[in-house]
Design a protein around this ligand. Structure first.
Ligand code: ATP
Ligand code: MG
Length: 1155
């Protein structure tokens, strides 16, 4: 059996091509014509296509490829690839050939061009399938998945990024949406840094599988995402093939971190310092700038929401892994012959412990000793040197693997949708490609199993949807045979007999279990039984040198892969020694507790964790289940060459991929019945010019219109079938013929349109010119006539004006004459009437005077006559009577004057009215009578009240002393004098003084101030005048301070101003007590008039003499016996009209008082 036959045993012979070489030539000629138009270097300006079939290089949709052979398909891909057309359709599937160079076909212009367009309207593009998927998700509420497959380096990851880029660009905008988009996009650099590495096939090879669900709200705006990761190739952490590198992040860290950061992490910039980075002998990739990429990764982590602590924890883990690899061991034998080892590289282990937060002893112990728990016992077994190296590497791999899973979880936490409402989902699957290496191990086995599953889902869904479409459209369906890889999937995943199940069985089996026993088991169960399993156990292959005895071979859908069983069991178990996990959990770094939860001594369990194979099978099953619920979209990536060149197209390599991707079958299935299908509406719109009936407008049912077009094109009824909504055309030739006709027809139509347009243009030009000429003529005539009219009108107005002026002036003259005539008549009339009236008045006056003269003469005459008659009688009788009457009248007048102007009843009112000198004496008498009467009233009043009388008796005394001498007196006249203002008589403290002095009678008390003789300031005191003395008391305690005997008081002096000061002059020779030593007292009291009056009366009463009161503004006072007398001067303050209290100033022997 040849290799090809072994690869595809289940496939049937391909469907024979339906067309000959003629069509191939046609396609080629057509392609040559259009090749120029499809070069894509020119950017978006070359983008104005109207249909997939236009401007096409080769065949844009290989369903229409004619003839359909593997060669023509390859040739088509090659032709298109060489002219920069890297995308080609097979129906809805996009085949993408890695260009290995930057094409200008992903610019915003392209995104705009492909937005909301039908997939077949424009040349094939990844944006078209992204748009179709996005629209279907947004508008038809169908969850979508985009399955990107192809071998390593075929461009899957780039394609997935382009899909995300497109969706981010066309979906809605807004702060929150932009944040989500940015986080989703930024997850790529982070995952690529930690999960991608340079391999010999791809400089940026994804070493893990990724499925990302982008979640959208009802508007189609991204609201979150969820990333699932599958099987990271962790063995790469500790070793790489020649020419390959470890994960990018290690190189990025060493190249991009600052010196300080590296020092903190105990790292050095030189890559080959680290064993884990030197295995592959490759430290840099030409196409990558590790230092810049490090900044990008850190920035992306920050955008996603990693805190600075998270980022430094991650960097610490990376540093710990690098230093861990540098730990070396030296083996030795124990006395009992057992192999043991110890750590020889002290510095590296110290760095590791520093980064992990662990003690060196604990780390050393967990790397060199293993604890074994048996059912009964707990034994510690020293590890040999090789075992310790194994433990070290296992720890390095475990830390990195778990760190990666933690990173994905942390990203998921950040990009998780915030609302709980149901979301629409678009999934993007970018899983590692099919891998065939020189030496393939467990990882390749798992990866290839996953690819088998994807191929299966592709076959199932492609066929299914194809079948469904025919059923939906009610079109006869012809079954197509295809290779179904379910048989290979079953060989791997069957729950009892599958390779994974056998592997698990072997891992769990007690007894001596090795990779070889596993291979034996496989041989027993599969060799010769399963057609896709081969090993040296098969008779036919016993001497096959391409396979070793510890290898088996699987015939995958994509080719034969030989796997070495070495490490299968260990990798499947994926166990980390308890000592290591416990040591990691015991470290101080919180992140390690999260990464190694099983190391928690409290959660110890004896249950075995699920095997790697089991876990992977479950997650792949889960993934398949998930994909089946979604509407699938395919991007099949092809790698054109193995040298990463943008110019080479290796036919063999591409042919291999075309075969295993099943592209030929895909095309055949797609066009099994009908090569071309399109909705009636769209078909009618495209080809309606091919029939006179449908051009330019077809108002009937589009289906009838399409039939009309097809019959107009001479299509036989067998060439097409009408579905419910689509027309199905059996042969691509029919479509090309229609396209040719359309092109010719379009040319004719273009000529017609051009002709009609030119005619219309000239006609419109003529019409415009004609109407312009008419308008100009009309305007000119109008202007001419208007001008003539204006001139005529102006002349008429001038003539009219002059004539009217003349008439008006004549009228004015007439009116003026009339006015003057009327005025003259008035004047003449006035004068005449005046003259007439004056004449009459003169006459009347003359007559009146005559009349009055008569009467006067008559009066005088009669008077003279009477006087003559009574002259003798008057002298005797009337004379005395008139004289008496006159005298009485004058007396009456005098009394009335007195009455009306009499003063008030106050005895103080001395006002009296002025009278004639005739009545002066009577007036004086009346005045005295009038004064005595109120005095009597007062006397009577005080007679009835003896106490008040006594008090009032002091007023005359005050009057005698002060009236006219002291200005203050006038203000006090109306104020009755008081005696005991402070009610001392009832105060118990007074009784003490009484007891002391034996003086009971209080004449006067009040608060006062004693003026300090030295500085003129007032000291508050209580002043008491008794029958015998003046007492000065303390105002608070009422204690007796001074007692001045009345006999010692020589005189009292006051000023003439309105002030409250008085000076008590003490006679130094009479005084026997202390008051003398103090000399004269200057006191200030608000009742100075009252006090002096009271003093005067009490002196009079007690000493029977008059108190000498001096009223002067310069007073001589004796303050001390041996001192010169002090002159007290009173001055009126000229600046202020009112001074509330006098100001006292002592200067030498002068006490100046300003009042
Ligand atoms: N559309 C494209 N335009 C330009 N270059 C591309 C494109 N697609 C892929 N490439 C180039 O091919 C390289 C490999 O692509 P990519 O990493 O996507 O492959 P892959 O299929 O994901 O491989 P693996 O399975 O190893 O992860 C990229 O680094 C890039 O240089
Ligand atoms: Mg990739």
């Amino acid at each position: 059996m040849s290799k090809e036959q072994r690869t595809r045993p289940a496939r049937k012979a391909p469907v024979a091509p339906t067309a000959g070489n003629r069509e191939t030539t046609q396609v080629q000629v057509r392609n040559k014509e259009k090749k120029k138009t499809s070069e894509n270097g020119g950017g978006a300006k070359n983008l104005r296509y109207s249909h997939l079939l236009e401007g096409m290089v080769g065949c844009g949709d290989m369903v229409l490829l004619e003839p359909l052979t593997e060669e023509s398909l390859l040739q088509n891909l090659k032709t298109r690839y060489e002219s920069g057309e890297i995308y080609t359709y097979i129906g809805p599937v996009v085949v993408s050939v890695n260009p290995y160079r930057q094409l200008k076909i992903y610019t915003p212009d392209y995104i705009e061009e492909y937005t909301s367009r039908n997939m077949y309207e424009l040349p094939p593009h990844i944006f078209a399938v992204s748009d179709s998927s996005y629209q279907s998700m947004r508008d038809r509420n169908l969850d979508q998945c985009i399955i990107i497959s192809g071998e390593s380096g075929a461009g899957k990851t780039e394609a997935s990024k382009l899909v995300m880029q497109y969706v981010a660009a066309v979906s809605g905008k807004g702060d929150e949406v932009d944040r989500v988009k940015e986080q989703l996009l930024q997850s790529n650099p982070v995952l690529e840094a930690f999960g991608n590495a340079k391999t010999n096939r791809n400089d940026n090879s994804s070493r893990f599988g990724k499925y990302m669900d982008i979640q959208f709200d009802f508007r189609g705006d991204p609201v979150g995402g969820l990333i699932s990761n599958y099987l990271l190739e962790k063995s790469r952490v500790v070793g790489q093939n020649q020419g390959e590198r470890n994960f990018h992040i290690f190189y990025q860290l060493l190249a991009g971190a600052t010196d300080d950061v590296l020092q903190m992490l105990h790292l050095e910039r030189e890559v080959f310092q680290y064993r884990y980075l030197s295995e592959g002998g490759c430290s840099y990739v030409l196409t990558m700038e590790d230092d810049k990429q490090f900044q990008v990764t850190i920035k992306a982590m920050e955008v996603i929401g990693f805190s600075p602590e998270d980022i430094s924890s991650v960097l610490e883990m990376l540093a710990a892994i690098l230093n861990l690899g540098n730990i070396t061991f030296a083996g030795y034998s124990l006395p009992n012959g057992t192999d043991a080892c110890k750590v020889t590289e002290g510095r590296a282990i110290g760095y590791v412990c520093d980064m992990l937060g662990s003690s060196v002893e604990l780390m050393e112990e967990c790397l060199t000793i293993r604890s074994v728990h048996t059912t009964r016992d707990y034994v510690q077994k020293p590890l040999s040197e090789s075992e310790a190296v194994f433990a070290r590497d296992a720890l390095g791999k475990a830390i990195y693997d778990r760190l990666f899973t933690w990173l994905v979880g942390r990203i998921n936490y950040s990009i998780k949708a915030k609302s709980l409402t149901k979301k629409k989902v678009m999934g993007v699957l970018d899983i590692y490609g099919f891998e065939i290496f020189e030496g393939n191990s467990f990882e390749q086995f798992i990866i290839n199993y996953c690819n088998e599953k994807l191929q299966q889902i592709f076959i199932e869904l492609t066929l299914k949807s194809e079948q469904e479409e025919y059923i939906r459209e009610n079109v006869q369906w012809k079954h197509i045979d295809y290779f179904n890889n379910a048989i290979i999937c079953e060989l791997i995943e069957h729950p009892t007999t599958g390779i994974l199940a056998l592997l698990d069985e072997e891992c769990l089996r007690p007894g001596e279990v090795t990779d070889d026993t596993f291979l034996e088991k496989l041989d027993q169960r599969c060799a010769g039984i399963h057609p896709h399993y081969e090993s040296r156990a098969l008779k036919a292959l016993r001497s096959d040198q391409t396979m070793d005895r510890d290898q088996f071979r699987l015939v995958h859908y994509a080719g034969n892969v030989t796997y070495g069983v070495g490490g299968f069991l260990e990798k499947n178990r994926d166990l980390l020694f308890k000592d290591l996990s416990q040591a990691m959990f015991a470290c101080e770094r919180p992140l390690l507790k999260t990464l190694f939860p099983e190391g928690n001594p409290k959660l110890q369990t004896l249950k075995r964790p699920p095997t790697m194979g089991y876990q992977f099978r479950s997650s792949v099953a889960q993934l398949m289940k998930n994909l089946l619920t979604k509407n699938p979209n395919y991007i099949r990536c092809i790698k054109p060459n193995d040298v990463k060149s943008g110019r080479n197209f290796h036919d063999d390599l591409v042919q291999h991929q075309v075969r295993y991707l099943g592209l030929m079958e895909n095309v055949r299935v797609r066009r099994a019945g009908f090569a071309y299908r399109q909705e009636y509406g769209q078909c009618l719109a495209r080809y309606k010019m091919l029939s006179g009936e449908t051009w330019p407008v077809w108002k009937e049912n589009p289906r009838e219109g399409v039939k009309e077009i097809l019959s107009a094109c001479g299509c036989h009824e067998l060439d097409f079938t009408c579905g419910r909504t689509k027309i199905f055309i059996r042969n691509p030739r029919t479509v090309f013929a229609m396209e040719d006709k359309r092109r010719t027809r379009l040319h004719d139509l273009a000529t017609l349109i051009s002709k009609t347009w030119r005619g219309f243009y000239q006609w419109s030009k003529f019409q415009t010119m004609r109407s312009s000429q008419i308008t100009i003529a009309a305007w000119y005539r109008r202007y001419y006539v208007q001008k003539w009219y204006m001139r005529t009108k102006g002349a008429a107005l001038v003539v009219q004006k002059y004539y009217r002026g003349m008439v008006a002036r004549m009228e004015l003259r007439r009116l003026k004459w009339l006015k003057r005539a009327a005025w003259a008549v008035g004047v003449i009339k006035k004068y005449f009437l005046g003259w007439q009236v004056r004449k009459e008045v003169q006459e009347m006056r003359r007559r009146q005077r005559e009349k009055e003269a008569v009467l006067v003469i008559q009066k005088y005459y009669r008077g003279w006559k009477v006087r003559e008659e009574v002259r003798g009688l008057f002298k005797q009788v009337a004379g005395p009577k008139v004289a008496v009457f006159m005298w009485k009248y004058m007396c009456y007048n005098f009394l009335l004057t007195i009455l009306r102007n009499a003063p008030s009843t106050s005895p103080l009112d001395d006002h009296w009215p002025q009278v004639s000198v005739l009545f002066e004496k009577s007036s004086e008498l009346l005045r005295e009578v009038h004064h005595r009467w109120p005095c009597k009233v007062m006397r009577d009043y005080y007679q009835a009240r003896p106490k008040d009388r006594k008090r009032m008796m002091e007023k005359p005394r005050a009057s005698n002393i002060f009236k006219g001498k002291k200005s203050l007196y006038d203000q006090t006249v109306a104020v009755p004098f008081e005696s005991d203002r402070l009610s001392l008589r009832s105060d118990h403290r007074w009784s003490k003084i009484v007891a002391e002095t034996n003086e009971q009678r209080i004449i006067w008390t009040d608060r006062a101030h004693k003026i300090n003789r030295r500085d003129g300031k007032g000291v508050p005191i209580v002043l008491v005048v008794t029958g015998m003395s003046i007492m000065i008391l303390d105002p608070k305690s009422l204690a007796l301070k001074y007692r001045i005997d009345l006999r010692n008081i020589d005189q009292v002096s006051v000023s003439s101003f309105i002030d409250n000061l008085l000076v008590l002059h003490i006679n130094p020779f009479k005084a026997t007590d202390r008051s003398y030593t103090k000399g004269d007292f200057v006191l200030k009291t608000t009742h100075v008039i009252e006090l002096v009056t009271k003093l005067s009366s009490v002196v009079k009463e007690t000493l029977k003499k008059e108190l000498e009161v001096t009223i002067s503004n310069t007073i001589i006072a004796h303050f001390k016996v041996d001192e010169d007398p002090c002159t007290i001067t009173f001055q009126r303050d000229q600046t202020s009209t009112h001074r509330p209290s006098p100001v006292c100033r002592r200067r030498a022997n002068t006490l100046q008082i300003i009042v």
